[in-house]
Design a protein. Structure first.
Length: 450
């Protein structure tokens, strides 16, 4: 029997279409939080149990699912919604009296922050569960940095350090992002965006749009030191997924020789990372070593220059060049092969008899590891793979729209890390639940066309 691979066994749009109570049910059912519950119940010991640990924890998860920006907003919902109270596990007979007061939530959350490492453990366990359930999960990984502004007031310059009191954010700092925009008249200008807060560095599966690794840092920290750390963390915690990964996709924030070479040399993963122009002003092409008339630009596009025009330079004629055709990567040699465009496309080249590149050229990656990567930057495959990076942008957008990071009152690095980790774990739990509960009636909605 011929087996057809169904890559789309999970679609996030199917989860977003579910009702709120159904999404919460998926989280409560599939989030692997039992070890955390046992630790919290052990910490409480034989003290008063007016507000059970499990019920309060479930209500915290409901706050994430329902995008509540504060404890008071969550409490108001619990006080008016008896169905939600029952779903979280509060005493039905007690009614609104079963809802914990603000001090109880404050104390509970303070205890939770002491066990933030267990949120990371839940996240990693969910990633492994999804890797076993979803075909080719982790085959294409994409990364991106996300600005998370804090709405606390930034300290004044030369001001004395403030004490931590829960109202100020003394851990945050200023971040800056520069982008090039085009005016209506076609001219370029540089747009600078600044924010006071943090930056979430995220790695996601580019096919299923699900997170696999994350780091929260100060807004001023660059991607360069964070990306290699995330890759090594994935190698330590999810070695099988990383060993099956084919490409790691990132924007110009990941354009660093150490990152590009490390991905291929250490993990055999093709780096598909946008490149910055670091060449000298006015330098547009460089000569390929060992050739007389083959050049390349900083984006890795290789051209052959007609030998006839090279000889005619003294007469003022411009060099006539054509883009060479990518012929594939020769892994055993560590070279990229490029073919003669005249022979490939069948047109006449006046300088073919004098051209040393008529049989093609091989370029060693070692010549310039940033420019020449195992997947040629000038190939259609590179462009097609790079387009998958938008998956990371969509996950970042989902955090804002569906998980409350567009409006929040989070103060401090520890709380921000906890809140980001919890939101991403909830996202994975909903995905895992949707995949696991594939009854016959739901099976068609879980499979999308290839």
């Amino acid at each position: 029997m011929a087996i057809i691979a169904q890559k789309g066994l999970f679609s996030w749009e199917e989860v977003e279409a579910l009702g709120d109570l159904e999404r919460l049910r998926l989280v409560l059912r599939w989030l692997p939080d039992e070890p955390l519950m046992q630790v919290l119940e052990r910490d409480r010991g034989k003290g008063r149990d007016d507000y059970p640990v499990r019920a309060v924890w479930n209500s915290v998860l409901a706050g994430v699912v329902y995008e509540h920006v504060s404890v008071e907003s969550l409490r108001r919902e619990l006080l008016r919604n008896g169905q939600l109270r029952a779903m979280c596990g509060f005493d039905v007979v007690s009614g609104g009296k079963a809802v914990p007061p603000p001090p109880a939530y404050t104390h509970f959350l303070e205890n939770l922050f002491l066990h933030a490492d267990m949120i990371d453990a839940m996240f990693d366990e969910l990633v492994e569960s999804l890797r076993r359930e979803l075909p080719e999960f982790g085959r294409y990984l994409a990364g991106d940095g996300k600005a998370i502004p804090t709405h606390a007031r930034a300290p004044k310059k030369d001001a004395e350090p403030k004490k931590r009191d829960g109202r100020r954010d003394i851990d945050a700092d200023w971040g800056e992002k520069k982008t090039r925009e085009v005016r209506e008249d076609g001219t370029l200008y540089e747009k600078v965006t600044r924010w006071f807060g943090y930056k979430l560095h995220l790695v996601v599966d580019a096919e299923y749009e699900l997170p696999v690794a994350y780091e929260v840092r100060k807004a001023s920290e660059s991607e360069f030191p964070v990306v290699p750390q995330q890759i090594e963390k994935l190698a330590e915690r999810h070695p099988e997924m990383l060993s099956e990964c084919e490409a790691f996709i990132y924007d110009k924030g990941g354009d660093d020789t150490k990152i590009i070479t490390g991905l291929w040399d250490d993990h055999h993963i093709r780096p598909v990372i946008a490149i910055r122009n670091c060449w000298k002003d006015g330098e547009t092409t460089k000569l390929v070593p060992g050739t007389r008339n083959v050049v390349y630009d900083y984006e890795g596009t290789v051209y052959c220059v007609c030998p006839r025009t090279l000889l005619a330079r003294k007469s003022g004629e411009a060099d006539k060049r054509r883009e060479m055709t990518y012929g594939g990567f020769e892994e055993d040699r560590g070279t990229l092969r490029y073919r003669c465009p005249a022979r490939q496309y069948g047109y006449t080249c006046l300088g073919e008899s004098e051209c040393a590149a008529k049989t093609g050229v091989r370029i060693k990656m070692e010549h310039d590891r940033r420019v020449f990567t195992p997947l040629s930057r000038s190939s259609y495959a590179w462009e097609r793979t790079y387009r998958k990076r938008t998956a990371a942008e969509r996950v970042n957008s989902r955090l804002d729209v569906s998980f409350g990071f567009e409006r929040h009152f989070i103060r401090g690095m520890a709380k921000m890390k906890f809140r980001c980790g919890l939101a991403l774990a909830v996202m994975l739990a909903m995905a895992l639940g949707r995949v696991k509960e594939k009854q016959a009636g739901k099976m068609r909605s879980l499979v999308r066309a290839a």
